[in-house]
Design a binder for this molecule. Structure first.
Ligand code: PLP
Length: 401
């Protein structure tokens, strides 16, 4: 934490008083500081000057090779090296995908609800965003097919559909297998590519295993490719690395590697990418994942248990992976006013409406349990219960902290 006059080092600076569950950031104790120091040293020792030179455009060979093999083990299909492009995280992968595949004035369809900050990345490209029909199981393929037809018959280009189908942000849910297959078929038929944000795949809590990606279900020979999958090491290792990847068609990978930014500066985060290759090859990544999966599951259980005990009127599903609980609030407790009351009681959350384009989510709240340890999460649930009590029976409100 910076002292007065110092510039901050991190995006989130705790204020010491609020347990702010709005931030989807990793817990301090679950970041691999020593292990990453060892991986960096191993990469510099092994690759020497090559680790510090300009990197190969699509990403350095050792990371691309390791990642292709890894995805083959944890997903339905291993990408060929020509289908992989190393990025500065999932946000950068989304930025590049939009840059390559959209034009200003296009429509991009997005899941409802969805990762609120992806909406900003997409909107930066001068496109119009339209929400897809969805229910409690996720995006509805038949309704989405009808929506795409309507948009096309209005003469609009719809190059992309963005969704987070696995341990979703904000719902924590996984899209069912039949809907996955139907969406891939829809994309292949219409030419609207699915942009599958797969950021949380590696954070399945044992014994759960993440379902096969939409990308792995698509025909590898289809042209244009129906799915671009975005991956990240931000949640599985550390966001400060700003390292991720995408899997897409070889034509998309070539187009990205051919962009002026890559021609000028080389592959992004080259030294970090080689450290990740060393971390993966040494077994350090597997050991780290085993630790954080159990750590995040314990955080989920602490928050879920405390909410059930203290707020029985609040409903939610228990996710099998990822970082979020998606609450349905009682009718007399809208999320907007609750956020104000919660702030006075020293707890924060993301109001559900932030995850919709317009309308929806008025009685929803996203709680991230990643950043705080179990005792703090139990404390947060108590503070939230006091805020809910204040709204549901205003005459008998608990004193604000
Ligand atoms: C669904 C989703 N996509 C992307 C990101 C950002 O990923 P990165 O840090 O790799 O840019 C997040 C982080 O909250 C996320 O939840």
């Amino acid at each position: 934490v910076p002292s007065a006059g110092e510039l901050p080092i991190t995006q989130y600076v705790p204020d010491g008083a609020t347990i702010d569950l709005a931030w989807g950031h990793p817990g301090e104790a679950l970041l691999p500081v020593q292990e990453w120091a060892a991986a960096t040293e191993a990469a510099l020792t092994r690759y020497g000057w090559q680790a510090l030179s300009y990197g190969h455009g699509a990403g350095p060979g050792p990371l691309v090779d390791w990642l292709a093999a890894r995805l083959g083990r944890i997903d339905g299909r291993a990408p060929a090296p020509a289908e992989l492009f190393v990025t500065a995280g999932a946000s950068h992968a989304l930025e590049l995908t939009c840059a390559a595949l959209t034009r200003p004035g296009d429509v991009v369809v997005v899941d409802s609800p969805t990762y609120h900050l992806a909406l900003r990345v997409i909107a930066d490209h001068g496109v119009r965003l339209v929400g897809a029909p969805a229910d409690d199981e996720g995006i509805d393929p038949a309704g989405t097919a009808a929506l795409l037809d309507r948009l096309r018959s209005d003469g609009l280009r719809v190059p992309l559909l963005y969704l987070v189908p696995t341990y979703a942000n904000p719902t924590g849910g996984c899209l069912p297998a039949d809907r996955r297959a139907a969406l891939v078929e829809l994309a292949a038929r219409t030419g609207t590519a699915l942009v599958e944000d797969d950021t949380y795949r590696e954070l399945a809590y044992p014994p759960a295993v993440a379902p096969p990606s939409l990308w792995s279900l698509a025909d590898p020979a289809a042209d244009p490719a129906p799915v671009v999958r975005l991956g990240s090491f931000a949640k599985s290792v550390a966001p400060g690395l700003r390292l991720g990847f995408l899997t897409g068609s070889p034509a998309l990978v070539r187009a990205l590697a051919d962009r002026g930014m890559v021609d000028s500066g080389g592959g992004v985060n080259h030294t970090t990418a080689l450290a990740m290759a060393a971390f993966g090859a040494s077994g350090g990544y597997d050991r780290h994942l085993a630790r954080v999966r159990v750590g995040y599951r314990a955080r989920r259980d602490a928050l879920a248990g405390a909410l059930r005990a203290q707020l029985p009127a609040v409903r939610f599903r228990l996710p099998d992976g990822g970082w979020f609980l998606w609450l349905r609030l009682p009718d007399d407790v809208p999320a907007g006013p609750l956020a104000g009351a919660a702030g006075r009681h020293g707890v924060g959350f993301l109001p559900g409406a932030r995850c919709y384009l317009a309308g929806g989510g008025s009685h929803r709240a996203r709680l991230s349990y990643s950043l705080f340890d179990p005792p703090q999460l139990v404390d947060a649930a108590g503070r939230l219960a006091a805020a809910v009590a204040e709204l549901s029976s205003p005459g008998r409100s608990a004193p604000a902290r």
